[in-house]
Design a protein. Sequence first.
Length: 78
Amino acid sequence: MRILLSQGLYRISGLTLPESLKACTTNPISISDLHRHMDHISHGEACHAVTLGLVTGVNLNFKSVPSFSETCVKARIL
């Protein structure tokens, strides 16, 4: 499988967010929850993706404050 670079991003077609994220269409989700659901991409990039419409069906609480991600810290150690 080859993933092509498009406007500075690697675009993967045909993949969707996990089923657990579907509940977020009506209930607001925090930026930290979205960060975790999207495999720990940066909080800013997750918010940006929703703002640009690259991620749809998510009711993001834009007032939420990013929280500490222990998983990200551990990944940086390796």
